[in-house]
Ligand binder design. Structure first.
Ligand code: URA
Length: 328
């Protein structure tokens, strides 16, 4: 089956599922199918038709293989061996038991090399207090977040929003902080940005239930202002613990605040996207925040490229695991 047949089948499935909007583009599913039918017509030059479709966004080219790696200026220094302190004494064991991640957290997994992706910041396991390090299940993190008075936000927030999803999710999505809808519901990404996130995930065949969704901050900052450095410092340990407990194969950092918090870099999202970072040995793909996409259509295509990189990483990680399980 060639790429156009696969695309047609995909679009037909989306239509059967009741989707009329063609994700990340301005075409509806029906419009995309009509253009695809035109592209497949023998009266047309197939190459130019596909080019036209591609320009319209209906055919997504694979993301470009990115250039060889030059460490960026903000690569965390590696001082004599892996960063081991931190996310609980059991985190190495936890990571070692699942997937192709390097448990030391400071070396590029060999399985990533063939993907030719540009490498970004490497971050080991952040140091945690003994109390947070001792949280041994996601439910314990939920309780600890609910009881947290580490910053003032718990006073103004209606509900804590600790995060939710599959406890062994392959993909973890990390946003910035709850907004008004999330504050009311106690769940992340339930507002308009959340609906778009659901569609983005569906485009790579992931349901919300299959992923784990969390934020850098677990309580809403009043008026949706940016998190302060103190608030981030107080709250991030819960996120680090969640990452260590879920052990996703890939992390998708949504927006500048999330990407900066995860990488520890001060660079903007434009610089942090387009390469793969490592957190505790887990590949991190940074992209635009869904709320930003709602404001600026121009960011949809780069976001789609980033999401496809995340998907390629998932596929490669799964294949590596399958080979490892088969003893190859
Ligand atoms: N934006 C975020 O960053 N997180 C949410 O949970 C909702 C909106």
């Amino acid at each position: 089956m060639d790429a156009r047949d696969r695309l047609r089948r995909y679009l037909e499935q989306r239509r059967e599922l009741g989707e009329s909007e063609f994700l990340l583009d301005t075409l509806t599913v029906d419009e995309a199918l009509a253009r695809l039918a035109g592209a497949l017509s023998p009266s047309r030059n197939p190459a130019s038709s596909v080019d036209r479709l591609s320009a319209a966004g209906a055919v997504q080219d694979p993301p470009p293989v990115r250039a060889p790696l030059v460490p960026p200026p903000d690569v965390a220094p590696r001082s004599g061996g892996p960063v081991t302190a931190g996310v609980g004494a059991d985190w190495r064991t936890a990571l070692a038991g699942r997937g192709p991640q390097d448990p030391s957290g400071d070396a590029w997994p060999a399985w990533m090399a063939p993907l030719g992706l540009e490498r970004g910041v490497i971050r080991g396991a952040p140091v945690l207090s003994p109390e947070v390090a001792a949280l041994s299940a996601l439910g314990d993190v939920v309780e600890a977040v609910a009881a947290c008075t580490g910053c003032a936000l718990h006073r103004s927030a209606r509900n804590p929003v600790p995060g939710t999803g599959h406890p062994q999710a392959e993909l973890m999505c990390i946003g910035e902080a709850p907004g008004a809808d999330e504050d009311a519901a106690g769940e992340p990404f339930v507002g308009e940005a959340g609906k778009l996130l659901t569609k983005i995930l569906a485009a790579i065949n992931l349901s919300r239930d299959a992923v784990f969704i969390a934020n850098v901050l677990k309580h809403r900052p009043p008026g949706n202002r940016d998190p302060s450095p103190d608030e981030m410092q107080a709250c991030l340990p819960f996120l680090w613990r969640q990452v260590a407990l879920v052990r996703p194969r890939v992390i998708l950092a949504l927006g500048r605040i999330s990407a900066q918090a995860i990488t520890g870099s001060a660079q903007g999202i434009g610089a942090l996207r387009g390469r793969v970072h490592l957190l505790m040995g887990i590949p991190v793909v940074a992209t635009y925040h869904p709320a930003a996409l709602l404001r600026n259509e121009a960011w949809k295509r780069p976001t789609w490229e980033d999401v496809q990189v995340a998907q390629r990483l998932l596929v490669a990680a799964r294949a590596h695991d399958a080979r490892a399980a088969g003893g190859a």
